[in-house]
Design a protein around this ligand. Structure first.
Ligand SMILES: Cc1cc2nc3c(=O)[nH]c(=O)nc-3n(C[C@H](O)[C@H](O)[C@H](O)COP(=O)(O)OP(=O)(O)OC[C@H]3O[C@@H](n4cnc5c(N)ncnc54)[C@H](O)[C@@H]3O)c2cc1C
Length: 394
C-alpha cells in the first residue's frame, strides 16, 4: 500500500512541529519554505523562546498548557544548551493593585491544574537578588521554561523519517491539496498544511479571501535585545504583571507609539534576552527610541540591566488574529487544505499542541483538546465588537 504523502508549507516552529507529527505517524512529508532552512525566517527566527502558560482566556490557557507539557516530555533531541530549560516564570507586581491582579491570575491558572505560587516582596529578593528592592511581590509558575526555537524547528525535521525539504522556494498559491510554487512547479498531496505565519491568508486563493472577510491576520512588531555572554544575573524568566494586557489585546489598530512591558529571559548561553514591545505593523529596522523604552522598562525591574553589554538588537512580527486566537483546522470550503497560523506571541509555546491537534484531526483520531475554539469555521467576534474588558484581558 502506498504511504500517504502530506505537504507542509512553512518550516517555522509550527510547520516543523506538524511535520514531525505527520512523519512519525508513518506518513511521507514534503516541506516547502522560502527561507534557507527551518526556523530561520519569520516569527520563529525573531521570538524570545519563553514557554509560558499564560493567564489569557481559558482556551489559550489550555493550548499553552498542552504545549508546555509536550515541550517538557516530548521535545526533539537537542544539545543541553538548546533543550527545554525549566526556569519558571516570575510575574512581578510593582504595587499592591497589580499584586491583587496576580491573585486572580493564580486562581485562573490553578483552575486548569497549573502550579503557581504567590511570593511576597522579601521572598522575591531572596529568589532573584538582582530585582529592584521596592517591588510588591509576584507569582511564580515553576514549570514554565525556555526553548531556542530555531534549533527546535530544525531538530523537529531532523528527528522525522521520510521527510523531503525544499528550501529557498516560494509558494504562490494553494488550492485543495495542491501547492503552486512561484517557479512554476506544482506539488500535490493527501492534504496540505499551511503554516506560513503572517502570509497565510494571502496564498490561499479564493478560500483565503473568503476567510479574510471574517477574520483578519495582521503583524505586530516587537523589539528585542540580547546581552553578551557572562551576563545571566537571573535564574527565572522575569515578566511584569502588566505584560498580559499588551499581549492579549485584540485591538488591531493599537497605538502607533506601541506598548512596552518588561520581559527578561535567561538563556543557557549565559545571556539575557530583553523585551519587549508591541506595535501594529511589519518589523522595520530597529528603532533606537523603542529599544531604549524596552531597556528602560527592564531597568525598572532589574536595575543593573542598563550596565550589561548588549550584543545584538532586532525586530520581528507576531501574526495576530482579530479575535486573538490562532487559526487551526481545515480551511472552510476546502477538503484537503489545513491552516495553522496566527499564534501572536505564543506560537513557540503552543506549537507542539497545535501540531498534535492537526495530526489528530487529519488522521481521524480523538483529540486531546476540543479543537473548535481554534477552528477556522468558528464564529468570529470582530475586535471592534469586543468589550473594553475583553480587549484588555482576552
Ligand atoms: C519579538 C517576538 C517575541 C516572541 N516571543 C515569544 C515567546 O517568548 N514565546 C512564544 O511562545 N512565542 C513568542 N513569539 C511568537 C512566536 O515566535 C511565533 O508565534 C511563532 O514563531 C510563529 O511560528 P510559525 O511557524 O507560525 O510562523 P513563522 O515562524 O513566521 O514561520 C513561517 C514560515 O513560513 C515561511 N513562508 C512564509 N511565506 C511563504 C511562502 N509564500 N512560501 C514558502 N514559505 C513561506 C517563512 O519563511 C517561515 O519560515 C514571539 C514573537 C516575536 C516577534
Amino acid at each position: 500500500m502506498a504511504i500517504p504523502h502530506f505537504l507542509v508549507v512553512g518550516a517555522g516552529i509550527v510547520g516543523a512541529a506538524c511535520v514531525r507529527e505527520l512523519a512519525r505517524a508513518g506518513n511521507r512529508v514534503t516541506v516547502i519554505d522560502s527561507g534557507p532552512g527551518a526556523g530561520l525566517q519569520g516569527g520563529t527566527a525573531a521570538g524570545m523562546g519563553h514557554v509560558v502558560v499564560n493567564e489569557g482566556d481559558t482556551d489559550t490557557l489550555r493550548l499553552c498548557l498542552r504545549g508546555r507539557e509536550l515541550w517538557r516530555s516530548d521535545a526533539p533531541p537537542m544539545s543541553e544548551r538548546d533543550s527545554y530549560w525549566e526556569t519558571g516564570t516570575l510575574w512581578i507586581a510593582e504595587d499592591e493593585e497589580t499584586l491583587l491582579q496576580l491573585e486572580g491570575a493564580q486562581k485562573k491558572l490553578e483552575s486548569v491544574g497549573v502550579v503557581a505560587e504567590r511570593i511576597d516582596g522579601r521572598q522575591l529578593i531572596k529568589l532573584e537578588p538582582a530585582l529592584a528592592p521596592d517591588l510588591a511581590g509576584g507569582l511564580r509558575v515553576p514549570h514554565d521554561g525556555v526553548i531556542y526555537a530555531p534549533t527546535a524547528a530544525r531538530e523537529f525535521l531532523n528527528a522525522s523519517p521520510k521527510v523531503t525539504c525544499h528550501y529557498g522556494v516560494s509558494v504562490k498559491n494553494i488550492g485543495d491539496g495542491i501547492v503552486e510554487l512561484t517557479d512554476g512547479r506544482n506539488f500535490e498531496g493527501e492534504a496540505v498544511i499551511v503554516a506560513t505565519g503572517i502570509s497565510v491568508l494571502s496564498i490561499l486563493g479564493e478560500a483565503g479571501a473568503r476567510l479574510a472577510e471574517k477574520v483578519s491576520l495582521y503583524p505586530r512588531e516587537g523589539h528585542l535585545a540580547i546581552t553578551a555572554r557572562g551576563t545571566r544575573i537571573l535564574d527565572h524568566h522575569i515578566v511584569e504583571a502588566g505584560y498580559q494586557k499588551a499581549a492579549h489585546s485584540t485591538s488591531q489598530a493599537g497605538s502607533k507609539a506601541g506598548s512596552v512591558a518588561c520581559a527578561i529571559l535567561p538563556r543557557q548561553t549565559d545571556q539575557l534576552c530583553l523585551g519587549s514591545s508591541r506595535r501594529p505593523g511589519e518589523p522595520g529596522p530597529v528603532d533606537p527610541n523603542m529599544m531604549m523604552r524596552v531597556i528602560d522598562r527592564c531597568e525598572r525591574f532589574v536595575p543593573s540591566v542598563k550596565t550589561l553589554p548588549i550584543l545584538r538588537t532586532w525586530t520581528g512580527a507576531r501574526a495576530a488574529t482579530s479575535d486573538g486566537k490562532p487559526l487551526l483546522g481545515p480551511v472552510p470550503g476546502l477538503q484537503r487544505t489545513w491552516i495553522a497560523a496566527g499564534f501572536e506571541g505564543l506560537g513557540i509555546t503552543q506549537a507542539p499542541a497545535a501540531a498534535e491537534l492537526i495530526r489528530q484531526r487529519i488522521m481521524g483520531e480523538s483529540c486531546t483538546l476540543d479543537p473548535w475554539p481554534w477552528d477556522p469555521a468558528r464564529p468570529y467576534k470582530d475586535s471592534s465588537a469586543l468589550t473594553k474588558q475583553e480587549n484588555d484581558h482576552a
